[in-house]
Design a protein around this ligand. Sequence first.
Ligand SMILES: NC(=O)c1ccc[n+]([C@@H]2O[C@H](COP(=O)([O-])OP(=O)(O)OC[C@H]3O[C@@H](n4cnc5c(N)ncnc54)[C@H](O)[C@@H]3O)[C@@H](O)[C@H]2O)c1
Length: 264
Amino acid sequence: MSVYDLTGRKALVTGGARGLGAGMAEALARAGAAVVIGDIREELGQATVDAIKKAGGDAAFQPLNVTDDHSWERCIEGTTGGLDIVVNNAGVEISSLVIDLDPDDIRKMLDVNILGTALGIKHAFRAMRPGGPAGRGGAVVNISSVAATIAFPGIAAYSATKSAVDRLTRVAAMESGKLGYAVRVNCIYPGLVPTEMGNQLAQDMVTLGLFPNVEECVGAVIGLTPHGRLGEVADMADAVVFLASDASRFITGAGLPVDGGMGM
Ligand SMILES: NC(=O)c1ccc[n+]([C@@H]2O[C@H](COP(=O)([O-])OP(=O)(O)OC[C@H]3O[C@@H](n4cnc5c(N)ncnc54)[C@H](O)[C@@H]3O)[C@@H](O)[C@H]2O)c1
């Protein structure tokens, strides 16, 4: 059997209704995992579940607001039949120049990106550690960003939250190892991908006056990327499958750039 095979594993992908999370859920299902999509967007999430099932995969939807501890409890209770993989992907990005930062926008990003990821790791540990309701150990994959590894204008607060995801990953991996939870914790730093979030970010850079048009903004990102293109959803999804699978069995507390070299 391939070390990438996830047959018999159960995975939860937060923010899996659309974008990168939907691609990650599809890739995990293709690798053999039974996937639960947890998201605040129920209709969109159900549509992604239907698409995975149509392609022959095993998928279900659970309502989940990652910023709410009780919502996490209900979601984990609803993931019947064990839990082996948690992908903390849900995130929000609100662009602004530092000089114009809005406290409510910062709080929203802190809430979803930091608190949401922290609660995701907490509930993954509680469920997956020996003696927990799932109890077989497993893998947590957090979604940071290339924004945590470079300085790009217009996304200061977002970049700060993604740097926090990086630190959460490493301390959580340390605790898991030391305390015998048998859960590996890693993160990836995706480069810019033209999802709804990625496209909005490029548009925002124009609105903020940082680039004359979207084409020049995208061109600048590609220019900073040795591999010479934007990221694709599948680039991120395949990296998540790797970090969720036994192929990465001795990797924990790591951050994997998936950015075509942009952050090197
Ligand atoms: N697209 C990019 O260029 C890019 C680059 C680097 C990192 N990322 C990160 O990848 C992740 C996914 O990004 P995307 O481009 O797919 O974004 P997206 O906006 O297309 O999708 C985000 C998903 O998260 C869900 N979500 C938002 N708040 C939530 C909450 N409170 N609880 C549960 N679900 C919630 C949304 O409903 C949506 O389905 C994010 O963490 C983002 O920061 C994206």
